[in-house]
Design a protein around this ligand. Sequence first.
Ligand SMILES: *Cc1c(COP(=O)(O)O)cnc(C)c1O
Length: 352
Amino acid sequence: MREKLLHRIASFPRIELIHRPTPMRKLAAITAELGGPEIWIKRDDLTGIAFGGNKSRKLEYILPDVLAKKADVLVTWASLQSNWAMQTAAACARYGIKPVLVLFKTYDLPPEPDGNILLDRILGAEIRYREAAKGKIVTQDFALAAANEAAAEYRVLGKKTYIAPVGGSMPSADMDRPLGAVSYVDAFAEMLVQTQAAGFTPNAVVHSTGSGATQAGLLVGAKALAPQTRVVGISVSDEKEPFAQIVWDITEALENELKLDPVTMRDDVLVFDEYIREGYGIVNKEVAEVIRRVFTREGIVLDPVYTSKAFIGMLDLIDKGYFKPADKIVFFHTGGTPALFPNRQKLMEFLD
Ligand SMILES: *Cc1c(COP(=O)(O)O)cnc(C)c1O
């Protein structure tokens, strides 16, 4: 199964954007504080392009599709301080493709050049700000109209456009295959080599889930390579249902694309929505405190939108006995640290 799967993955065109393997190590101080389970961290925040993160893994498989379709303008959408938008802009810039970012005001941060917006601006991305309801990532139907409008303006100028879905997740718009998710099957395999070198197969992988492809990829990787490893997604925006269905749709498309006999079942999609708290991108005291805790104990910086909430979720699930003291868990750090800076006011308010 392993060879067959890796062979299939290797058949996808990929550009080199990241350093691989990303590092993995045990969170020794936090593990000791908790008295178990043993927590390891997979540093996908250190992928290497811009400030790193899970989107750069996805873009290694998505950019070849953009290049194959000969696009000179890439349009995508996301929230204001989006890691996806920034990493996409960085990857596009390297290949001479103009990035057009439709950024929705899904939380109350000013659209000033700070954090990812500063990086977008340095890269020379075109940014179109749009109003949106607060506390949730915008739905595809809502966002696609604005993306189509931007793309149409460029097509009139004779440009070839490529509309990429938010997060590089759901096969849609011009990305008609689950290319983002493919990269996380690969990431699971990469992690498994590392855990096995360290003498174990994890009982669970915990990560932050937002648009779904990271979870779908990790899940297919787990089911194919280490079926005893649970993949636990901590949602930062959408409720368990219908979000688990989104992950499932990507998972089915992924298995189909990889020409795998189905290895996953709908019930394998594990989503916890209890840790969304006040809503997507909203920083609270718990977020500020977990960032301080992991930073002071381990020297590792979590982000305020995704990985902090996933870490809070993991700690709570340990507390509730969902994870057992003898378990070994790999926590995927999926990046997002530039968003710390535009959130400085809230972070300081809760930490002072
Ligand atoms: C996008 C993102 C996620 C979620 O990944 P999805 O594949 O969109 O579910 C997690 N963490 C960070 C830092 C992200 O930017």
